[in-house]
Each structure stands twice: as structure tokens, then as C-alpha cells.
Design a protein around this ligand. Structure first.
Ligand code: MG
Length: 391
């Protein structure tokens, strides 16, 4: 091919931010950090394919962050960032792209306009570096750490200085060769690798929002930025199925032995159906019957987890994210309590959410109505999603 591939470097072990996962998987407004830049690259008209370089130990959290996005399979990184990028570049040999954009996963807010400027710069230059001019006056610290309050050692001329960001774009063959030649050189960005090879690199204006998340304060800044940009929507769902012959029911993705079954075209999982409808409702995308009609035999006995996964993928395709769901199961039998944890885990897994983003409650109707008489089970659900502003 001759197109452009975005190579996102997410192999770092930066766990100093806490949270039990490397920082690129920490959540910002409920969404794994890595997912923000992936969604932007995947949705960009100038980017043909996207590949992520990961640490193999992170495979599970990666799958969660990448769910529903159209990505090349991830490849394993190396000991250093420089090694990880080289492995990523080597892995693209089969695709043989014309250009690559190398991006750090810890910069979640790369925007479409900056990507477009970078790609455009590569039409006339073998390299393109996204950067912002230094505006603060720069001071030299003390020569050595003598303890106590550090003192100023002097003022550094800031004229002409820029702070490098990512993406950094290159013609594929050039940067692959440069990286092979620079193996072990301990360079901290790809522009340095390209400079070492004597490649000319265009400066492309970046954005202050394209900052690197390094500290807890950065994470808080990221939360504020997302809150200021997104549009929050809610949807509701309600579903009912009648009891009939059988020896088990499916509820919220969990198979529960029971003296009866629930009757339906699919597996009649009222819980997952209600949540699916709530998500579809939040994006105005019809209901479960629109997407999976009863009239189509392929959905006979279908496992309802695919319905929910499809609804979530529609949200992802709009650049959005499910923030939480809350479902109430309404039935006299079976008892839900013993299965609650497994149900929450199933829903959270299907939607890429943490367990505390999934509400799951059960109630009887005190013997009243069709649920009270044991004729059927019902469920109602609410879903909250965030879409990018302007959608
Ligand atoms: Mg149903």
C-alpha cells in the first residue's frame, strides 16, 4: 500500500500514576486513556490503518480499550520506547505504508486538524514533528543539588525553542532504516532518530491540549477537558419475556438453573435486552428489533451478548463511550443475589466498563401483576453515554 499508518506506542510500564494499570490504560471520564487517541486516528480520513505497540502483559486491558475499533492486531514492544517503535515499524513491512505517524498513547487529545497538518507536511518533507513554541522564560537550575531551596543558575535563551509532542510523521522506508541504524542509541523520540540519520524534519504546530499525561494533576486536567467537550445523553430500555417450559433462564448474560425457561426468539435475556435498548435509545438508533428482527432465523436462540456488543459498537463508531448502565430485574424467581456479581462482570466485560459503572438491582413486585403471579420476568435499564461535542 502507499497510504498512512498510525503507530501508537503503548508498551510503557508507567505505573507511577497508580490505579493498578499502566497510565495509558487509566480511565479518563470512564474511558481508558489509550482509546481517545485510537478513536481519533481510526476516524481520520488521512489515516488508513492503526496499529498499537503493547506490552504483552497488558493484552486484556488493551482488548478492553480497543473494543469495537477497527485496528490492526497489536504487536509486542521492547525494553525501551525506542525498541518498541522499531518493533512496531518492522511489523508494518507487509503493509509497506508510504508514511507512518508515530504517537504516544499518553497523549489522548491529539486532534484531527493536527493530524491533517502532519500528513500534509509529509508531502514536501521526509519528516514532520508536532511541537509547540516555548513561551515561558527558561531558567537553569543549580549546578548540583546542594539541598535546601534550589537557586537559579541563569536564564536560558528561549528564542527558537520548541517542545516536541507526537505524532511525529515520516516516510516509512526512511524512518525504518534510521531506527535500525540507531538501535541502542537511547533516543527519547523518533525525531531524534531521524535527525541522527540526517533527515529534514518539518515543524508542525501542535496544541496545548495535546499534552502528555504524566501526573495525577494531568489526569485531572484531562477529566476537565473531556467534561468541557462532550455531550452526555441518556436512554432507557424496558423488556418483558414470559416464562414457559425449560430448565434454565439467561439473565444479564448468566445462565441460571430454574424450573422454567423464558420464552423468546433469542435467548430471552430480559436484562441484556433492556440495556441494549437503553444504549440504542441514547444514540437514537431504534431498538433491538430494528437491528435483530424476530423475523430473521439467524437470531433464533441467539446469545444476547452479541446484541449488547453491537449497541456498544454503534456508540464507539460515533466516537462516543458508554459511561454507565443501571438495570433493574423484576421477577419473583429465580433469586438474583447469588448471581449478581457474575452478571455485573459479564455486562462490564461486554461494554468495557469497570464494575462500578454497572448498576444491577433486582426486585419483586410483591405478588402483584404478571411478574408477581410468576408469569414472566421484566427488566428496565438506563444507559448514560458521552458523544463528542457537535454530534
Ligand atoms: Mg426481549
Amino acid at each position: 500500500m502507499s497510504g498512512c499508518i498510525a503507530l501508537v506506542v503503548a508498551a510503557g510500564r508507567g505505573v507511577r500514576l497508580g490505579g493498578g494499570v499502566p497510565k495509558q490504560y487509566r480511565r479518563i471520564a470512564g474511558v481508558p486513556m489509550l482509546r481517545y487517541c485510537l478513536a481519533t486516528f481510526c476516524g481520520h480520513p488521512a489515516v488508513d490503518l492503526v496499529r498499537v505497540v503493547i506490552n504483552p502483559d497488558d493484552r486484556e486491558v488493551y482488548e478492553e480499550a480497543a473494543r469495537g475499533l477497527d485496528l490492526l492486531d497489536p504487536v509486542p514492544g521492547g525494553e525501551s520506547r525506542q525498541d518498541s517503535v522499531r518493533f512496531g515499524l518492522e511489523s508494518l513491512g507487509g503493509e509497506a505504508p508510504g508514511t507512518v505517524l508515530i504517537h504516544d498513547a499518553a497523549r489522548p487529545f491529539i486532534d484531527a486538524a493536527t493530524i491533517a497538518r502532519t500528513v500534509r507536511a509529509l508531502e514536501t518533507s521526509p519528516g514532520a514533528l508536532v511541537a509547540v513554541p516555548v513561551v515561558d522564560t527558561l531558567k537553569q537550575g543549580p549546578d548540583s543539588d546542594g539541598g535546601g531551596t534550589p537557586t537559579v543558575g541563569g536564564t536560558v535563551e528561549r528564542e527558537g525553542l520548541w517542545r516536541a509532542q507526537t505524532p511525529q510523521g515520516f516516510r516509512y522506508g526512511d524512518i525504518l532504516t534510521a531506527h535500525r541504524d540507531a538501535e541502542g542509541a537511547g533516543l527519547t523520540d523518533d525525531a531524534a532518530v531521524a535527525e541522527r540519520a540526517g533527515l529534514e524534519i518539518a515543524l508542525v504546530e501542535g496544541s496545548e491540549d495535546n499534552f502528555k499525561v504524566t501526573t495525577e494533576a494531568d489526569l485531572e486536567r484531562a477529566e476537565r477537558l473531556v467534561a468541557a467537550r462532550g455531550v452526555v445523553r441518556t436512554g432507557t430500555g424496558l423488556d418483558v419475556h414470559a416464562f414457559g417450559p425449560g430448565d434454565h433462564v439467561w439473565l444479564c448474560g448468566v445462565k441460571i438453573p430454574h424450573s422454567q425457561g423464558l420464552v423468546g426468539h433469542s435467548d430471552a435475556d430480559v436484562g441484556l435486552h433492556a440495556i441494549t435498548d437503553a444504549i440504542l435509545g441514547a444514540i437514537g438508533a431504534g431498538d433491538i428489533g430494528t437491528h435483530f428482527p424476530d423475523s430473521e432465523p439467524q437470531w433464533r436462540g441467539a446469545s444476547s451478548d452479541q446484541f449488547l456488543a453491537h449497541a456498544a459498537s454503534l456508540v464507539a463508531a460515533r466516537g462516543g463511550a458508554v459511561l454507565n448502565v443501571d438495570v433493574t430485574l423484576i421477577c419473583e424467581q429465580p433469586r438474583i443475589g447469588p448471581h449478581r456479581e457474575a452478571m455485573v462482570a459479564c455486562i462490564a466485560g461486554l461494554l468495557g466498563l469497570a464494575p462500578d459503572q454497572v448498576g444491577l438491582k433486582a426486585t419483586t413486585t410483591e405478588g402483584l401483576g404478571f411478574t408477581g403471579r410468576g408469569e414472566g420476568a421484566a427488566a428496565q435499564a438506563v444507559a448514560t453515554i458521552r458523544l463528542p461535542a457537535g454530534i
